[in-house]
Design a protein around this ligand. Structure first.
Ligand code: HEC
Ligand code: HEC
Length: 229
């Protein structure tokens, strides 16, 4: 009996620990996006010092988002931002997927990033956790040639979409008026949609679906790519 209670208590502690970690990773994923909305602070009104002069299409607060320099696909100059308005020539963060969290914390607080100036120790920790444990190799799931998902069952995705997403986004993905319809973003920028499904939307009630796992998320991705463009 004592042994059983001991076992139950320990396994409960272990699963609580994983539950805490998954929400910390998702919060880190939100910080990778518009971190200033996550911590509810005024966004920086100047261009990030590390933003290259060669890129004149972007300036101001957007140049402070991790994703603007390192990409929604986490591949920087080797991914979708090899060209286009966010071309910077900066590397991705994939090297640190599965890497050492304290090393990443060192990078986030170095002179170049200087994020200790904005974020608390807990924020930095969540962000570093996202970098080492929260990334996916998106080229495994999304074709770079066609932008279409490589796997995922859109019939099953429709069930998830209609029961989870449609309440806020509408059956066609165009219910939120100040937002580009989901079908349009899903074709133009599937990496962004995948990141947002996994982590949520900064400053909004949209939940993170990370705990559903990659198979469910790819089913949803397959379905949103069938919505009108
Ligand atoms: C204005 C651009 C810019 C922003 C914003 C930015 N970084 Fe960086 N980051 C860099 C540059 C430049 C390097 C050095 C690597 C290079 O030159 O390509 C770097 C390096 C890194 C590395 C090491 C990559 C490697 O393989 O060595 C990580 C990890 C990283 N950044 C994470 C982040 C995170 C997380 C954020 C969000 C707080 C962030 N960065 C925001 C420009 C930026
Ligand atoms: C509780 C409401 C809610 C739910 C549930 C929800 N979302 Fe959202 N979502 C939002 C809001 C609000 C925004 C921000 C809209 C804006 O920027 O105007 C958003 C933003 C997004 C964006 C980013 C749009 C952009 O341009 O930044 C995508 C993509 C998205 N949602 C997809 C989904 C998908 C797919 C699901 C289901 C797996 C989902 N959402 C579930 C409320 C929700």
């Amino acid at each position: 009996m004592i042994r059983l209670i001991f076992f139950v208590v320990i396994s409960q502690m272990v699963s609580n620990c994983f539950a805490d970690e998954i929400s910390a990773i998702s919060r880190g994923g939100l910080l990778y996006d518009r971190w200033y909305m996550v911590i509810d602070t005024k966004k920086p009104d100047y261009t990030h010092p590390a933003w290259p002069n060669s890129n004149i299409s972007k300036s101001g607060s957007t140049t402070h988002r991790c994703k603007s320099c390192h990409g929604w696909d986490y591949k920087g100059r080797n991914g979708a931002y090899a060209s286009g308005k966010y071309k910077t020539g900066i590397s991705g963060i994939q090297y640190f997927s599965g890497g050492n969290k304290s090393e990443v914390l060192g990078i986030l607080t170095n002179d170049l990033h200087d994020m200790g100036n904005w974020l608390t120790a807990k924020d930095l920790d969540d962000l570093a956790l996202f970098v080492v444990k929260g990334q996916f190799d998106m080229t495994k799931f999304i074709s770079v040639e066609t932008n279409l998902v490589k796997s995922g069952d859109s019939n099953s995705g429709a069930k998830y979409y209609n029961t989870v997403c449609a309440k806020c986004h509408g059956a066609q993905g165009d219910l939120i008026k100040d937002m580009t319809p989901i079908g349009v973003i899903a074709h133009k920028n599937p990496w962004e949609v995948m990141h947002k499904i996994f982590n949520g939307q900064p400053g909004e009630k949209m939940p993170s679906m990370r705990a559903f796992g990659i198979t469910v998320v790819m089913d949803i991705m397959a379905y949103v790519q069938t919505l009108k463009k």
